[in-house]
Design a protein around this ligand. Structure first.
Ligand code: ATP
Length: 502
């Protein structure tokens, strides 16, 4: 309608100018250019760039709390806080100060944005989202102006949609709301944060559109304390990496639209994905489906999911051509890791492979039966032994070590360091600052030397098993945990279950 009126008016104007003998070509040229830019969408981008911020209005796909797997505590805490928005009269009757801000903290990909979207759905609120980095420019005052504009837009959007509430979601809030006075272009940062505080302080229960600010950060420690004082973000919800139950729920959600073969065991996948975030798990399900497509398989098979876990963990399978000697060395190295892992932690090896992925030439996947939130001294020492096992296997079987173990040594060193600094070494309780670098170095060296001796013993006692494992790896490239255990049980039933206590 507006378009037709505009076209009519422009045509009439051009005819009038032409009638009066005025050269209209420059005007036609400019109009043509604007029309082309608008048609291709470039104009919108120019306007957005001038405003500098891309606000996502609403969420293209509606998210409810049921679409979020696990995170039961976060969901409950959030729902409880959102009662403020759902029952404003009751809150007012009791004289309770309205809730202005909720801060979601936790590692990347754990579902913070999803929770904010679900909160908007739960409270029937207009939803606007922006990222902290979009507010900060080189020029002082621009960020503050954008903050003001965001609040205006939120009110307008809610009114347009006939809603009484609006949720403004600011992702990566630490970028715009870090501790004041710490940034080199601090004036701009400080002004932006000040404006956010001013807007939040100005939000009242009596407004026609009630605004709730939700923000997310991976670095809560960087935030300016003023932001966290009561009356601003006075609810903090921790969104952690999912536990095993949570991982299972997320896997179930992301496979509900995918055909799964009968051999798929999501419980096992959940067990093997300790430390994965929701975003990682979504990627596992997606990659598995892509692999099924590549294989022309009508359903996602167990091996697709397992391959996808490896891919998300380590990267794409590489086509590296190793020389025969190198391949043999990798087989011995990985066989060593697998053997020691099974001896010190029976049943823990999930698979071992010599097929290169990402930076790794081969790897052993271990799947603890339960998520480990704390570790005992013997568990830490067992982990060190597994790290040292690859290079030890190379030395014992092939006569010398290689550079392939550099990463393992780094890990062994880190674990030993953690052991010392947690007060679990012979030094007893220590404080890093009071410990000389030499004493720390010596304590770590002592731990590693002790564990090395133990690994030497385990491998020397089972060199025939190691030879078999390496041989089978060369033949089939990948061995399941059961196949590894089969080799170890083969000729020596005592090979498994023997705890080490060095
Ligand atoms: P970041 O801190 O990096 O911004 P985030 O915590 O905001 O990440 P989201 O953007 O909410 O994470 O999640 C990314 C994707 O991961 C989602 O689109 C979803 O596919 C998946 N995901 C994450 N957590 C969950 C969960 N708990 N349940 C289902 N899917 C999840």
């Amino acid at each position: 309608m507006i378009k037709s009126i505009a076209v009519g008016v422009i045509t009439a104007l051009l005819t009038f100018l032409l009638w009066n003998g005025i050269d209209v070509w420059p005007v036609i040229l400019i109009l043509g250019l604007v029309a082309a830019l608008t048609y291709t969408g470039v104009w919108n981008k120019v306007v957005q760039a001038r405003h500098g911020r891309q606000v996502t209005v609403g969420s293209a796909v509606r998210v409810t709390f049921n679409d979020i797997g696990g995170q039961a505590t976060a969901k409950n805490e959030l729902k409880e806080a959102l009662e403020f928005v759902r029952n404003p009269e009751r809150i007012q009757d009791l004289g309770i100060r309205p809730l202005k801000g909720i801060l979601l903290t936790g590692p990347p990909g754990t579902g913070k944005t999803m929770l904010a979207k679900a909160a908007a759905e739960y409270t029937d609120s207009a939803f606007l989202s922006a990222s902290g980095s979009e507010f900060v420019e080189m020029y002082a005052g621009v960020g503050a102006q954008r903050v003001r504009q965001l609040f205006v837009e939120a009110r307008q959007l809610a009114k347009r949609q006939g809603q009484a509430n609006a949720i403004i979601f600011i992702d990566e809030i630490e970028v715009m709301a870090g501790k004041r006075g710490q940034h080199h272009s601090h004036l701009e940062y400080d002004q932006t944060l000040n404006q956010l505080l001013v807007e939040m302080d100005g939000m009242g229960a009596s407004e026609t559109v009630r605004i709730l600010v939700m923000a997310a950060t991976n670095r809560g420690d960087l935030l300016d304390p003023a932001l966290l004082r009561p009356g601003r973000f006075d609810r903090q919800v921790r969104v952690d990496l999912p536990d095993r139950e949570g991982r299972l729920a997320i896997l179930a959600l992301h496979t509900r639209n995918k055909p799964l073969a009968s051999d798929v065991d999501l419980v096992r996948v959940a067990q093997e994905t300790f430390g994965f975030s929701g975003a990682h798990l979504e990627s596992v399900c997606n990659e598995a489906a892509i692999m099924a497509l590549r294989d022309n398989s009508p359903a996602v098979l167990d091996r697709h999911l397992m391959d996808a876990v490896d891919k998300v963990l380590l990267g794409e399978r590489m086509d590296r051509n190793l020389r025969a000697g190198e391949l043999n060395r990798v087989a011995v190295h990985e066989g060593g890791h697998a053997l020691v892992a099974e001896v010190v932690n029976p049943g823990s090896v999930s698979s071992v492979t010599i097929s290169p992925r990402g930076m790794a030439l081969g790897f052993v996947r271990q799947a603890p039966e339960d998520d480990r939130l704390i570790q005992t001294v013997s568990e830490l020492k067992a982990d060190i032994q597994v790290c040292l096992a690859g290079s030890t296997a190379e030395r014992i079987m092939l006569g010398e070590q290689s550079t392939g173990a550099a990463n393992d040594f780094e890990k062994a060193w880190d674990i030993s360091r953690r052991l010392v600094l947690s007060g679990l070494s012979s030094l007893g309780v220590v404080h890093e600052e009071a410990l000389s670098p030499e004493s720390l170095y010596q304590a770590i060296q002592d731990i590693i030397t002790q564990q090395q001796a133990e690994v030497d013993r385990i491998i020397t006692d089972r060199d025939s098993h190691l030879r078999q494992l390496a041989q089978q790896l060369l033949e089939s490239e990948t061995l399941s945990g059961d196949a590894v255990r089969g080799v170890l049980r083969g000729s020596d039933p005592l090979a498994l279950g023997e705890a080490t206590s060095a």
